[in-house]
Design a protein around this ligand. Structure first.
Ligand code: SF4
Length: 396
């Protein structure tokens, strides 16, 4: 199997801070800062050693990558593609509807970007305003229309459920409105109230009231049923796609394939090792400009840790854990190595096993925290290497 890998490019600039956001972002930077930061990205890329295999994805995430001049985005793409093997990579730019025009979208498309991930978040202006989003509902609709005009045939839309004061009817209207835009992909996130955010303070002071957890679960259920009927199929806990339009970039993460990362605070992974850059934007630029490695820290993962993570990330996907890929990677059968834990999940009705996949049941997905805990606590048997022995022990 040819290995695949990707590049994540972090663009930390935003127009304003959304109330729920704890990402590594900065506001108030100038166009000169953008140019300087891009030059640092190119310099960092020149230090990188590309993994073996084919590059399948370049992902510009943020922050708000669509704030960057498309010429600068194009420069990064060209520099990356200049020295790697790549037939047809998915090249995604996260896009805020407040930052685009027809010309900018056409220029992005021309620079090689072939997928947009548009942050819609909600289709009610009062929710967008409460979240401190810098766009309204009209801008979302216009962005999709302009993106189609510019030639984008692969569009993902993000939305959040469980917002303060959000009713089921509003969530249903959001889903219907997004469906009317005919996206190839949807990412639906349950709101997480992160420490240190304005939203957290508002919740603590009683200024923002979150919906009850049962109601939030009902929103997720309703969306899944509606989107499946519309042939946008769930393929991961938060993600839906038309067949063949699943995100290749996300799949790299979930299948534990290597990805390099450029930019302030960006995280990279190769089998057995994870590392990340310094978080501050100015510090990142100064470090790279000074010819130094911007890596802040790294961690090494044992085989056992990687196996647990592989199982967990596999369970997040609807298709489940690919037993063959697990065996290929670790020279062990997961049904043997985790026999007791997986057997227990099976007996409790949280997981089922087919010949080649281990899949969470609906109950298992609802109790994902129990499954995660079980994997963390699992006893791992790394002594069985015989394919015969693995096959004999394949059932629970
Ligand atoms: S636009 Fe995105 S990255 Fe920027 S503050 Fe809002 S949620 Fe965070």
């Amino acid at each position: 199997m040819t290995s695949e890998w990707g590049v994540y490019v972090h663009i930390p600039f935003c127009q304003a801070r959304c109330t729920y956001c704890d990402f590594n972002t900065v506001t108030g930077m100038t166009v000169d800062d953008h140019r300087r930061y891009t030059a640092a990205l190119l310099k960092e890329w020149d230090r990188e050693v590309a993994p073996d295999g084919a590059l399948v994805s370049i992902y510009f995430g943020g922050g708000t990558p669509s704030l960057l001049d498309p010429i600068l985005i194009g420069r990064v793409i060209q520099r990356v593609l200049a020295r790697v093997s790549c037939d047809a990579a998915e090249i995604t730019v996260e896009t805020n509807p407040a930052t685009v025009t027809e010309q900018r979208l056409a220029a992005l498309r021309k620079s090689g970007v072939n997928r947009l991930s548009i942050g819609a978040q909600a289709l009610q202006n009062h929710h967008l305003s409460a979240l401190n989003r810098t766009h309204d509902v009209d801008a979302i609709n216009k962005t999709v229309e302009m993106a189609r005009w510019a030639g984008f045939d692969n569009i993902s839309l993000d939305a959040i459920y469980g917002l303060p004061g959000q009713t089921m009817a509003e969530w249903q209207a959001t889903i219907e409105g997004l469906l009317a835009l005919d996206p190839e992909h949807l990412s639906l996130y349950s709101l997480i109230v992160e420490e240190g955010t304005p939203l957290k303070r508002a919740v603590e002071r009683g200024l923002a009231r979150l919906p009850e957890p049962d109601r939030v679960a009902d929103m997720a259920d309703w969306a899944e049923e509606r989107l499946t009927r519309a042939e946008l199929f769930p393929y991961e806990i938060s993600n839906y796609a038309r067949p063949g339009r699943e995100s290749r970039h996300n799949r790299l993460y979930w299948q534990m394939e290597p990805y390099l990362a450029l930019g302030a605070g960006a995280h990279a992974y190769r089998p057995g090792r994870r590392w990340w850059n310094v978080r501050g934007v100015r510090r990142y630029m100064e470090t790279v400009e000074g010819g130094r490695d911007p890596m802040d820290s790294e961690e090494f993962l044992t085989k056992e840790e990687e196996m647990r993570e592989f199982l967990w990330l596999g369970f997040r996907q609807r298709i489940g854990v690919d037993v063959g890929r697990f065996q290929q990677r670790f020279s062990l059968d997961p049904r043997q190595a985790f026999h007791s834990t997986l057997g227990d999940l099976h007996i409790k009705g949280l997981m089922i096993a087919s010949a080649d996949h281990l899949v969470l049941t609906r109950r298992g997905r609802d109790m994902a925290n129990v499954v995660a805990r079980a994997l963390v606590d699992a006893d791992v048997d790394v002594s069985i290497h015989s394919p015969r022995a693995a096959a004999d022990g394949a059932s629970f």
